[in-house]
Design a protein around this ligand. Structure first.
Ligand code: GDP
Ligand code: MG
Length: 334
């Protein structure tokens, strides 16, 4: 586990000093613990995380497999604290990066108090869902199922839900309880009830993070993700999965000498081929300019102040297949 980031982990979940439960009574103790979000790519895991936490902590995209690192988002209610682990979608690995993503998601299942399996219930259950459900049948901890994208279903809602019920109950030899929750991560419908159900399955315990914390993601990673998000939304399919972002420097300075803090961010966008570099830069630098502007606006929200962003593009052939380079960029298979 990364020694630099977490202040609490599933392995050393003991009381942090001064963190007192907000509304615990002998009848309803304060509860805390870890919840893993598991599901195929694109079912809405990152969207749900952002919805629950009430602000942007994970990047989302219509392109599958955009979440590369495991992210912890923290949700504190009057009676519980949930530490949510966003995992990369589980899928069949094609190259080293893919394998690391699957390892990371599988690892998460083994070290949490509750698993939340997210499915896209606007579509019938498919083989990809079956693969994950089979992984989860052996889970020692409760597995809740969120039937997400409820805003996209109409009269067919029950029929669609039935395809998931059938899948979950397919193994008669190992029957288990799978609480189902219809929700819309995008709109928020059903999310309060979902959180209450998850919290009820956490063990009694103290707060693990300060009540106002929303994420334990290092700032640099968040900034890199904001740039990658712009690349994903502005370029076409051939580029996104070949892109990594490295933050070189973050400097606070006083712009214009008026005592106003400005944050300067220098970042390098790594691609695998020079043709991709060309696409990223665009005609007359237009594409890179648009990526930079989009990311800068998001960063200004993070810093709550002006941001100067400078982007470079660099070709690093096959960065995805080099363990050393993956580690350098923070992709761990833990
Ligand atoms: P992840 O790969 O599981 O993390 O999926 P994302 O959170 O990145 O979402 C994938 C796509 O599904 C994005 O375009 C989201 O806007 C969309 N999406 C997620 N949740 C919902 C939902 O509840 N309703 C609808 N209509 N779209 C959703
Ligand atoms: Mg995601």
């Amino acid at each position: 586990m990364d020694p630099s980031a977490p202040t609490a982990s599933p392995d050393d979940a003991h009381p942090s000093e001064g963190a007192a439960p907000l509304a615990s009574t002998p009848d309803a103790p304060f509860r805390s613990g870890f919840v893993a979000l598991i599901g195929r790519p694109n079912v809405g895991k990152s969207t749900l995380l952002n919805q629950l936490v009430g602000q942007k902590v994970a990047i989302t995209s219509p392109v599958a497999q955009t979440t590369r690192n495991r992210l912890r988002a923290i949700l504190t209610t009057p009676s519980a604290q949930l530490v949510l682990l966003d995992t990369p979608g589980i899928h069949k690995p094609h190259h080293l990066l893919g394998e690391r993503l699957v390892q990371s998601a599988r690892g998460a299942i083994g070290e949490v108090d509750v698993v939340l399996l997210l499915v896209d219930a606007s579509q019938p259950a498919g083989r990809g869902d079956g693969f994950i459900v089979d992984l989860l049948r052996h889970s020692r901890v409760p597995v809740h199922v969120a039937l997400n994208k409820s805003d996209r279903v109409g009269a067919d809602a029950e029929d669609l839900a039935a395809t998931y019920r059938e899948l979950l109950e397919a193994d008669a030899e190992r029957p288990r309880h799978w609480p189902l929750h219809a929700c819309s991560a995008l709109r928020g419908d059903g999310c309060t009830a979902l959180v209450e159900a998850l919290a009820a399955d956490l063990p009694p315990g103290p707060m693990l993070y300060p009540a106002d914390a929303v994420s334990d993601q290092p700032e640099q990673l968040l900034l890199a993700e904001l740039i990658r998000e712009q690349v994903l939304s502005l370029t076409r399919e051939e580029v996104p999965h070949s892109v990594a972002v490295r933050i070189e420097r973050i400097v606070e300075d006083e712009a214009g000498g008026k005592g106003k803090e400005r944050t300067a961010v220098l970042a390098t966008v790594l691609v695998e081929r020079s043709s991709q570099k060309g696409i990223l830069i665009g005609k007359g630098g237009q594409m890179l300019k648009a990526i930079g502007q989009g990311a800068r606006l998001q960063m200004q929200k993070v810093f709550d102040g002006p941001v100067y962003l400078e982007l470079f593009v660099k070709v690093v052939p096959n960065w995805r297949s080099h363990p050393g380079r993956l580690a350098e960029l923070g992709y761990r298979g833990d």
